[in-house]
Design a binder for this molecule. Sequence first.
Ligand code: PLP
Length: 370
Amino acid sequence: MAAKIQMTDLKAQYDSIKPEIDAAIQEVINETGFILGKQVALFEEEICRYFGVKFAVGVASGTDALVLALLASGIGKGDEVITTPFTFIATAEAISRSGATPVFCDIDYATLNISADEIRKKITPRTKAVLPVHLYGLPCAMDEIMDIAGEHNLKVIEDCAQSFGSEFKKKKTGTFGDCGCLSFFPAKTQGCFGDGGMIITDSEEIAQKAKMLRNHGSTKKYYYGMHGFNSRLDTLQAAILRVKLKYVDQWIEKRIANAGLYNQGLNSIQGLFPQGIVSECKHTFNYYTIRVKNNRNGLQEHLKEKGIPAMVYYPVCLHLQDVYQGLGYKKGDLLISEAAQEEVLSLPMYAELSQKQIQMVLEAVRTIEK
Ligand SMILES: *Cc1c(COP(=O)(O)O)cnc(C)c1O
């Protein structure tokens, strides 16, 4: 019997490389260097090579990567950081945790990513940074964003939690700004077996501060220079991620091929539109997301009845969340983001998804027309 269709099939991926993963885990256990062991440093080196950056700092999660990157970039109380409201909460939560204030800016209708024109309108004398999110794996318009940052002397911190391996004009996301933040949460394109994250940067200063911050602000053992955190990438996770890094590009190619099949199949269906792809972008499809112009919830329900999972990333924009009520936004402030929350639907996406399974998803989508 064919495997059940899921949003992502972590077991299928593990099964495909089980002996290598098991051996890597066993080696860490044998060596017992569980905290900041050898595998962490080796993985950081490999990530530097993969992205073509000078420094990589492994931390406990993608959320922590954002918090530590902001702090290491000198962002804090009294500063404003412009970001998208159409993202996972961690993006804005990290800004708030750094002490700064998130300023929500509307998105581009087609790409669902932060709009460069809207960023310009939100700049004030307090603006210190822009935090673009490459949503679902689609790169933001980084040339325009870097131009704006240059004109206004702003830091750029890229949220690459969903865009591992994505490229804008042949350059990887995470390498445009002052730093890039990766998440190794299991459901991400490069996921581990728990929580994990990383900051990548060419700035020695940011890298050094981030290394101190992740380890209690320590300069050397039992000497402390700043208030830090306990936020290290586990050696076990690094060992698993080293194995997966060897395969990630081939898995990304499969995701892209699967997205192509979805695009073809959905082409002829009225009222459905895939996330708009910008030319010169490599979208790595952490999620494959469509807009449903009419009755998105009905389609989701219909798919569920047919045994096909589909998810809404994200049903409530961040400027409308209770936690941000104090910032004074109201419904109607960011119309394109608010439309997106009613229309988006993400379909099952992973490298191991077979052509037959994709046809099953497409068939289920089609039958709602009847
Ligand atoms: C997953 C995610 C994060 C947070 O990563 P964790 O590793 O889960 O802490 C941040 N931003 C975005 C856009 C994400 O999707």
